[in-house]
Design a protein around this ligand. Structure first.
Ligand code: PLP
Length: 392
């Protein structure tokens, strides 16, 4: 077969495939595998959401929508932010409906970055952040968030990485993969830092509805002076169990939204109409369903956290999202070795921490978006593995 590598764009060629994928591939060839690897709800989308889509199709809603998304959906999104965070966005100009947060991330980077602009990205972080920055011609600059600071990022961590080319900061709290959250006082310091260096802040708040305990989610854009500076990304995949529908949105300054809309209009045209109809239903009538799913994640979170403590692996208590990020260094394995041996001997799929940035080495990511019985069995197997296979 002819080698077509020379025809591939150099930037694309330089991007490694996601470190998560490899373990799915191993798992797919095995029997009796329990997966704590996937970052997707095990719930089916609540019925009223599915039903609204079915009705939409019955009524013949099958065409394109406005590029920016259906006005009713943008109004519902703006209403949700007004009610929940007291922040007001104009649905006509400040909101764009996208094909998930994934598209929103890509558009945001492409809309603001010039070639060579640097983007500060606290790590460990979601696997797409670095790649999106690179594909937009930017330079991702990973900044390690320290486990001893509960994986929260501080201006002191960020400051040494600022250069004359630093243009933006991309934060994602509640965090994938650590489950860390940032409280109001933590975020106020980040806001001051962004102001000082005149940075655009991309805030990925896709797990904003999934927080546990007393500290509610703080919306970065709602902090004093941050609304115009922030490109706020959110979507329906996680909180409403709608990963396959592919719908998300972005809120922000009208000039930035207009620039993102321009790219979206030429590359995507609009988000799927069926998903937009479903998203309207989610925002209008499905708070109770969401609350029940969050309560279920919370009880799994407590169970899995206690289990890791019993096993004797050091572990930060996650406060948001649906991941836990235990430290496995006491076993004598690297993250990759641990995950490989665990799946080979015990048939439990997890993700090595270094897939989320080099500073994730020494950890593994386990998702608790899996039924409690499965989690209990996985924890029994992990306990056996740590007892019988540790190298130390
Ligand atoms: N942002 C984070 C932090 C994620 O974990 C994910 C998916 O795992 C996404 C964005 C992608 O979300 P969407 O399904 O809306 O594209």
């Amino acid at each position: 077969m002819r080698d077509f590598k020379p025809h591939i764009n150099k930037t694309v060629e330089s991007i490694p495939p996601s470190g998560i994928r490899r373990f799915f591939d191993i798992a797919s060839e095995m029997e009796d595998v329990i997966s704590l690897g996937v970052g997707e709800p095990d719930f089916v989308t609540p019925w009223p959401i599915r039903e609204s889509c079915v009705y939409g199709l019955e009524k013949g809603y099958t065409s394109y929508t406005a590029n920016r998304g259906m006005m009713e959906l943008r109004e519902e999104i703006a209403k949700a932010y007004r009610t929940r965070y007291g922040i007001s966005y104009e649905p006509k100009t400040d909101c764009l409906v996208t094909v998930g947060v994934s598209e929103a991330l890509d558009l945001a980077m492409r809309a603001i970055l010039e070639s060579g602009d640097e983007v500060l990205i606290p790590e460990p972080c979601y696997v797409s952040y670095q790649a999106c920055a690179k594909l937009a011609g930017g330079v991702p600059v990973g900044v390690a968030a320290r486990p001893e600071n509960d994986f929260r990022i501080t201006p002191e961590d960020l400051e040494p990485h600022v250069t004359s080319k630093t243009r933006a900061l991309l934060i994602g709290y509640p965090n994938n993969p650590t489950g860390a959250i940032m409280g109001r006082s933590d975020l106020m310091k980040i806001a001051e830092f962004a102001e000082k260096h005149d940075l655009v802040v991309l805030s990925d708040e896709i797990y904003g509805d999934l927080t546990y305990g007393d500290e509610p989610h703080v919306c970065f854009a709602a902090l004093p002076g941050m609304k115009d500076r922030t490109i706020l990304l959110n979507g329906f995949s996680k909180a409403y169990a709608m990963t396959g529908w592919r719908v998300g949105y972005v809120l922000g300054n009208q000039d930035i939204i207009a620039a993102m809309t321009k790219i979206h209009q030429y590359t995507m045209l609009c988000a799927p109409v069926t998903a937009q109809i479903a998203a309207i239903e989610a925002l209008k009538n499905c708070e109770d369903y969401k609350r029940k799913m969050v309560a279920e994640y919370d009880s799994r979170r407590r169970f899995i956290y206690d289990s890791f403590k019993k096993i004797g692996l050091q572990c930060f208590e996650p406060k948001g999202a649906f991941y836990i990020f235990p430290d496995i260094t006491s076993t004598g394995y690297t993250s990759e070795q641990f995950c490989e041996e665990l799946i080979r001997t015990e048939h439990v799929a997890t993700v090595p921490g270094n897939a989320f940035g080099a500073c994730g080495e020494g950890h593994i990511r386990c998702s608790y978006a899996t039924g409690i019985d499965q989690i209990a069995e996985a924890m029994r197997r992990i306990e056996d593995f740590v007892k019988n296979h540790s190298k130390k």
